[in-house]
Design a protein around this ligand. Structure first.
Ligand code: SAM
Length: 215
């Protein structure tokens, strides 16, 4: 699907937001839904894994998993401001040699990227219009596990999401949030050879961990 998603996302996730998220991460550690992803991946007891973090923002997932689970990480993000903060934190933690940063829409560059053991998408599918394209490509890049968070199909979010988009349109901001059908995302991942092994919920976010069925 032709789409200028990367430009739209780049301007939606700007410098102020990125700096404030990094401050928050340094003060309090990973957000709750991110902690669900970290706990789910740690439950697999992987060592020296290669991580692909799509839309990793300030990089919380690789900052954490490089401590015990992952040996290397690739962080692909459409936001240059988030990548800048992620790089700063990566350097502060002494992880620079182990992380590759790519500023792009993952669907534009995925053909040139190798597969990883673990793929993560924390609050990313809800920023992208075509979940088939994004999640399909993410699944094909995972050799063992894929963890993602997305908005729940709760009645209050079915009201809130269109309202957020309505205010975005009033502001003439082209960025939109998406509530993709969970059963369709699950079906896609099953067709790509995954089965869901963990499901956890917060008020807004749901976290699902998938493993390759043969594992
Ligand atoms: C809501 S933020 C979440 C950031 C981080 N994962 C977190 O949970 O704090 C969404 C992130 O996904 C990125 N993103 C959205 N669609 C993307 C795509 N197709 N390719 C790469 N990055 C994408 C945005 O640039 C942004 O950094």
């Amino acid at each position: 699907m032709p789409c200028n998603c990367c430009e739209i996302t780049d301007s939606a996730f700007g410098e102020k937001e990125a700096k404030s998220q990094l401050r928050e991460y340094r003060r309090k550690g990973p957000a709750k839904q991110t902690r669900f992803i970290l706990e789910a991946i740690r439950s697999l007891h992987l060592k020296n894994a290669e991580l692909l973090d799509i839309g990793g923002g300030i990089g919380a997932i690789h900052h954490e998993l490089l401590e015990d689970v992952a040996s290397t990480a690739t962080h692909v993000d459409a936001s240059s401001a988030y990548l800048k903060e992620a790089r700063n934190e990566t350097a502060r933690l002494g992880h620079t040699d182990r992380v590759k940063f790519i500023h792009a829409d993952f669907t534009d560059v995925e053909a040139n990227l190798p597969r990883a053991d673990v793929v993560t998408l924390d609050r990313v599918v809800c920023c992208y219009p075509d979940f088939h394209r994004l999640l399909g490509a993410a699944a094909r890049h995972s050799q063992r596990a894929l963890a993602l968070t997305y908005p729940r199909e709760a009645w209050y979010l079915r009201i809130a999401w269109p309202l957020m988009n309505f205010f975005q349109s009033l502001r003439k901001d082209p960025f939109r949030v998406f509530m993709h059908p969970i059963s369709e995302m699950d079906g896609l991942l099953q067709r790509e050879g995954f089965q869901r092994v963990t499901l956890r919920r917060l008020f807004v976010w749901e976290m699902a961990l998938y493993q390759r069925a043969a594992d």
